[in-house]
Design a protein around this ligand. Structure first.
Ligand SMILES: Cc1cc2nc3c(=O)[nH]c(=O)nc-3n(C[C@H](O)[C@H](O)[C@H](O)COP(=O)(O)OP(=O)(O)OC[C@H]3O[C@@H](n4cnc5c(N)ncnc54)[C@H](O)[C@@H]3O)c2cc1C
Length: 299
């Protein structure tokens, strides 16, 4: 999983709650930590959904999702993928490198924008080419919701007139979610608020610049929270690819574009949005990757 909200923010929409309570990943999210055989004692964050249900980040379990010993390189912007016989050459800002296997987890429209041989390997058989053109059609069908957000930063010492840590908003044409962000972080700085817009609002205003949207969100925020103190600074954000609305149909959680050298796509577009969809895809990619390694070992 990657960068749509980089920090771990757990939030249960009514839809998510109704579908996932009782599942193992819901147990994790709700702080049961049943996979470790113990209950989490001290939730880091209390969040209320619109039904007053409490959702907690129990902490601890997330570290198990990060592979120990892996070298992690950030800020490598991939621009192209080139088929080089036994390997893939990955072109990025500032250079290129060859790899035996490549797993792509960026949003699907960004996968389709890559330069090079993705879906166009010259040595493919006709059957493989047919398969790749079907895959491309499926990838082109993936749809995402879009979202704006603003972060408001307040002076240290500012106290809000409300006590909740997050609120799911249903009576607004624009705002869907408000979080008191500092409750999650204990930075020692002043309080901060993060405000997300709704799916319909994101869709209607997708092509508008985030700075032009900021005053609309602020005006609506002041309608919802009239006592809100004056912030000392405000930051705007826009996500063109937020959550998957239409994922790849009938997909096991990943798509193998080429088996040798291996090229796999994964991410929420291959399952469904939300945390459990991401985990399902990650596990599915891992299984496919291990099978590929085993085949290579035995040949
Ligand atoms: C504002 C917002 C709120 C959300 N809230 C929730 C929530 O409450 N609960 C929930 O379950 N889900 C939520 N989601 C959805 C969740 O973030 C996604 O489902 C999840 O991040 C998808 O994970 P992923 O690994 O498939 O893709 P991503 O997290 O999108 O990771 C893709 C990665 O690819 C990188 N990338 C893209 N192009 C390139 C390139 N050319 N080269 C190199 N890297 C590239 C990106 O920088 C990113 O790191 C929210 C999303 C947004 C935007």
């Amino acid at each position: 999983m990657g960068a749509r909200p980089r920090a771990l923010t757990l939030y249960s929409t009514p839809n998510w709650t109704s579908f996932h309570v009782g599942s193992s990943w819901a147990d994790v999210v709700y702080g049961n930590n049943s996979h470790k055989g113990k209950k989490s004692k001290q939730p880091c964050l209390q969040v209320e959904d619109q039904n007053g249900r409490r959702v907690t980040d129990g902490g601890g379990c997330w570290s198990g999702l990060i592979c120990p010993g892996a070298d992690l390189y950030l800020e490598y912007h991939v621009t192209g993928l080139y088929y080089r016989g036994g390997s893939w050459e990955v072109e990025r800002n500032g250079g290129s490198e060859k790899f035996d296997a490549v797993i792509l987890t960026m949003p699907v429209p960004q996968i389709l924008q890559l330069q090079g041989d993705l879906g166009n390997c010259k040595t493919l058989t006709n059957n493989q080419k047919q398969n790749q053109s079907e895959q491309r059609e499926q990838l082109e069908g993936v749809r995402y919701s879009s979202r704006f957000a603003i972060a408001l930063f307040f002076s240290p010492g500012v106290v809000f007139s409300f006590t909740w840590g997050a609120r799911y908003v249903t009576d607004s044409h624009c705002i869907r979610y408000i979080a008191v962000d500092n409750k999650k972080r204990s930075t020692g700085l002043g309080p901060s608020l993060v405000v997300h817009t709704s799916v319909p609002f994101g869709q209607e205003n997708l092509e508008i610049e985030k700075d032009a949207i900021q005053p609309i969100i602020l005006q609506e925020l002041h309608r919802l929270l009239p006592d809100l103190p004056q912030p000392i600074s405000i930051k705007s954000q826009k996500w063109r690819y937020s959550q998957v609305l239409t994922s790849v149909p009938n997909c096991p959680g990943h798509m193998t574009i080429l088996e040798q050298p291996l090229l796999i796509c994964g991410g929420d577009a291959f399952t469904h949005s939300n945390f459990d969809g991401c985990v399902e895809s990650a596990l599915s990619v891992l299984r496919a990757f291990k099978v590929s390694l085993d085949i290579q070992k035995n040949t």
